[in-house]
Design a protein around this ligand. Structure first.
Ligand SMILES: Nc1ncnc2c1ncn2[C@@H]1O[C@H](COP(=O)(O)OP(=O)(O)O)[C@@H](O)[C@H]1O
Ligand SMILES: [Mg+2]
Length: 322
């Protein structure tokens, strides 16, 4: 099998903080691999240790213990970093440059010639949707536009591997969808993408593989299709008509019911009770607006693994946020 583009083995990072130099274990011995061509989601709530791990991978800080490789070279590896496009969390962009100047500068620093840097800059600014603002001062751009400028800078030197720390943060739903589409199209052009996010619901349809971090530990990792339980978790039945009597009856029986406008939604565990309820509702002259099978989501999976199945002894580390 081909060598993974990113390999992490037992990586750990401990910070010393404050006057008493209190220990904060930000990353507590994690391991995972990213293979060529994958969209890999590095997920977990705020404070889980994602940025700390990415900083160790990109050589910005040194691990306390454990090892990591990029393209088979132990980190820090300047030669491997030439094949990486990196967007840090809250990318810093020089306020007195324009996006065009900043991205072109990043291209030159990555070794592009002046003509190639100019042409690639135009191309990537167009791709991330801010060519129209290419010549404004960065200091006057919105958070979303800064984020896009950071993305363009990561893309400019045509890297094999993109490492993006929270590329969707600070964007509205449309902006987040655009970043998702961009990630998909970059992968279609042969790039491998490793990105972090704390918004699990955004990435469900995007990732091939994920590692979910909590308090510095990987609680779930693997191929998304294998991880999510494929059986139907719940069936939501929506009824229209004079639903008041049925609602009262079901509530008295302890069923989970809710209203959606003038419709009645009944949430059934498993699929076995669907037919009897349908029959009951039709007998009363109600009409069926929708029958929706609900499968497990990434958020459900995280809750199941991190909270339900976590051993009681796993006390939070000192300084942990979540
Ligand atoms: N330089 C630092 N000094 C002390 N603690 C830090 C430092 N950087 C991060 N931490 C702590 O490490 C933990 C993980 O942080 P981080 O990696 O930024 O999480 P994430 O990116 O998943 O939100 C947090 O508890 C954070 O407060
Ligand atoms: Mg972070």
């Amino acid at each position: 099998m081909e060598e993974p583009l990113v390999a992490v083995d037992g990586l750990r990072k401990e910070f010393r903080q404050g006057f008493w130099m209190r220990r904060v274990e930000a990353v507590r011995g994690i391991s995972f691999e990213v293979r060529r061509g994958d969209i890999f989601g590095f997920l977990g709530p705020n404070g889980a240790g994602k940025t700390t791990t990415i900083k160790m991978l990109t050589g910005l800080i040194r691990p306390t213990a454990g090892r990591a490789w990029l393209f088979g070279s132990p980190v820090p590896s300047p030669s491997a970093m030439k094949r990486v496009g990196f967007m840090p969390e809250n990318p810093y962009v020089y306020p007195y440059l324009t996006p065009r100047e900043f991205v072109e500068l990043c291209g030159r620093l990555s070794g592009l010639g002046s003509r190639a840097a100019r042409e690639r800059t135009r191309h990537v600014l167009d791709q991330v949707g801010i060519l129209y603002a290419a010549d404004r001062r960065v200091g006057r751009l919105s958070k979303g536009m800064l984020q896009r400028t950071g993305l363009a800078a990561a893309l400019v030197a045509d890297p094999e591997l993109l490492i993006l720390d929270e590329p969707m943060s600070g964007l509205d739903p449309v902006g987040r969808k655009e970043v998702r589409d961009l990630i998909i199209s970059e992968r279609a052009q042969g790039r491998t993408i490793f990105f972090s996010t704390h918004i699990l619901s955004d990435v469900e349809t995007l990732c091939d593989r994920v590692a979910i971090l909590r308090r510095g530990e990987v609680v779930v990792s693997g191929k998304l299709g294998d991880l999510l339980r494929r059986e139907v978790k719940r069936v939501d039945l929506t009824f229209e008509g004079d639903t008041a009597a049925l609602e009262r009856e079901l509530a008295a029986e302890g069923a989970v019911v809710r209203r959606a406008g003038d419709r009645l939604v009944v949430e059934l565990e498993g699929a076995a009770n669907v037919e009897p309820l349908l029959r009951r509702a039709l007998d009363r002259g109600l009409s069926v607006a929708e029958v929706a099978r609900k499968h497990e989501t990434l958020e459900d999976l995280f809750v199941r693994k991190a909270i339900d199945e976590a051993p009681l002894s796993s006390a939070p580390p000192p300084g942990a946020l979540v």
